[in-house]
Design a protein around this ligand. Sequence first.
Ligand code: 48N
Length: 348
Amino acid sequence: MAPPAALLDLQEPAANCQNGTAPVSTKIAAVPHTTAVLANGSSTKQKTIEEMAGNWADFKFAPIRESQVSRAMTRRYFADLDKYAESDIVIVGAGSCGLSTAYCLAKARPDLKIAIIEASVSPGGGAWLGGQLFSAMVMRKPADAFLREIGVPYEDADDDFVVVKHAALFTSTILSKVIQFPNVKLFNATVVEDLITRADGKGGIRLAGVVTNWTLVSMHHDDQSCMDPNTINAPVVISTTGHDGPFGAFSAKRLVSMGGLPALGGMRGLDMNTAEDAIVKGTREVVPGLIIGGMELSEVDGANRMGPTFGAMVLSGVKAAEEALMIFELRKKECSEEMSSARRPGLE
Ligand code: 48N
């Protein structure tokens, strides 16, 4: 497959070099003129890169006032916080499993409001690199089906596995697709620091949402008092917080500390053939309203770890989405019965 044509061709081919210095030319791919229709209905001809290249002397950005930037950000962010205060599904952790879950859910159910809470400023979890910070990402078949689903090119290296040339190619692609869904909101730099629970009437608990805070605030509860959290209500929560990192296996550990689970199974040693099947097949609703997938599940079940193969993460995401859609109507009914008893029924 020919390499992608560069947009900016700075060097003429060596054959045209004179006196050892290649003439520099900036051939910008011609982009046709387009017209932008503004929010107020007026339209304006959009400049092209080609028109700007080489004409920097009289270049000028459109005028702005700083408060316009501030309002453009804050109005949208706080409108999103208001809209997703009641979500249909919350996904905790935007690693390879959480993002694959979000992709499958958002595609299957464009009517659902899906909030993703990611503690790090940069979503993607452990999937920006392969093993030991190497670039290539290995996925065992049949997980290559998910790569074809989202359009990630790969090397069909062997009968049993494929290789994505750089893990960031997978992660940037799935992240871009997930964020583009109109029914998905990613809240990154935001941590789930507790779970919203209800008595399930049988001596156990069921989930009713998550408790959130700015991650940087949450990391300073030991040296600052009174930094209370925020909340997001949802009938279904899918926790894919991984097995390591500052908040790894968060929901599993919190369930144990609140008596929702008897004990952690504790992740076992590395065994690729055992681990990946166990994580995919074990992805499930662990307590009513809470599905756990990806490597967090290894801490619940005592499953082996698989090391630097990522097929189980994406297919655990596929299964987590399936499980969520199976329980959604029942869990939503339980929540709506509770909401109908609230002073202001029909909360959106
Ligand atoms: O990538 P991770 O850690 O988790 P998964 O399950 O999506 O993928 C796991 C995978 O990367 C491996 O570990 C590979 C296969 N190796 C296996 C092995 O044997 O070593 O993503 C979890 C995400 C991260 O981005 C965290 O920042 C985030 O979850 N997170 C949270 N976000 C919000 N609130 C929290 N409490 C929280 N805890 C973690």
